[in-house]
Design a protein around this ligand. Structure first.
Ligand code: SF4
Ligand code: SF4
Length: 258
């Protein structure tokens, strides 16, 4: 009985953060929680912003550093390591052409043209994925973070069709056998559910910066785009930055400093 109650509180806490409990799961044979999940009370104490945003110093993001950030993100969020075209990605690297397909025709330096760029959900100000979701499984918080409530996801993949950035992945199969490093503090997902980067909402809730920002060691600035004294605004004030596919009209909150 005690265990059942603990499980319920655990799931209720996750639901409060916008990651519902129904179609997510905890690994069957995994050890019980090592620590407390973020609670609503912690959320009140966590990092806050009017509009969370990110500025990536792309010249500093070597393929090795991108891989380090990817591993940090995927380990933190129980992202399965599935080879082939059914892979799941929250953070990944891509060429300039793939990252900025509408920016062609410029006479770029070879360095920029051959650089790898880290990609993730852009936490768009006007997210197409939210507009097309029929069940409100994906929704936007007041601070701009576009969240997934896995419980409400019916797997229709409208959000994947709506996202111009390929930032969402679909679980064609049970992802849990493919998780390399299980984090008991974050829920696992199930077959038939869409997932993506959540700007580490669960870490912000307990006063921590996103995993990729921490792993990047200064190569990613993160903060409140509405606060002119924030790290991210300082980075954008001092450097030239571009966003992915501005013509798509979604207004990404992730900037790339060239
Ligand atoms: S990048 Fe795609 S998934 Fe992320 S908020 Fe924008 S439209 Fe939605
Ligand atoms: S902000 Fe968090 S969830 Fe998003 S890519 Fe970075 S580590 Fe992953």
């Amino acid at each position: 009985m005690k265990n059942t109650r603990r499980e319920f509180l655990k799931l209720a806490a996750v639901s409060a953060l916008g990651v519902g409990a129904g179609r997510l799961g905890f690994l069957g044979d995994a050890p019980a929680h090592a620590g407390a999940l973020p609670t609503v009370a912690n959320f009140e104490e966590g990092l806050k912003a009017k509009h969370w945003g990110m500025a990536i110093f792309s010249a500093k993001m070597t393929p090795e550093l991108i891989e380090k950030c990817r591993t940090a993100c995927h380990s933190e969020h129980n992202v399965p390591d599935i080879p082939g075209n059914k892979n799941i990605k929250w953070f990944w690297g891509a060429s300039y052409e793939e990252s900025f397909p509408t920016e062609h025709g410029h006479y770029l330096s070879e360095d920029v043209e051959h650089r790898q760029f880290p990609l993730l959900c852009n936490q768009c100000e006007t997210p197409m994925c939210v507009k097309v979701c029929p069940t409100q499984a994906t929704f936007q918080r007041p601070d701009g973070i576009v969240m997934m409530d896995f419980h409400r996801c019916i797997g229709c993949r409208y959000c994947m069709a709506g996202c111009p950035f390929g930032a969402r992945s679909f679980n064609f199969q049970d992802p849990r056998p493919f998780i390399k490093h299980f984090n008991p503090q974050f829920p696992t997902r199930m077959r038939g559910v869409v997932e993506k980067c959540n700007f580490c909402a669960e870490r912000l809730a307990v006063g921590k910066l996103p995993s990729c920002v921490e792993a990047a060691g200064g190569a990613i600035a993160f903060g409140d785009l509405a606060d002119e004294n924030s790290d991210v605004r300082k980075a954008l004030r001092e450097h030239f930055a571009i966003r992915r596919k501005p013509d798509a009209g979604t207004s990404p909150s992730v900037y790339y400093i060239l």
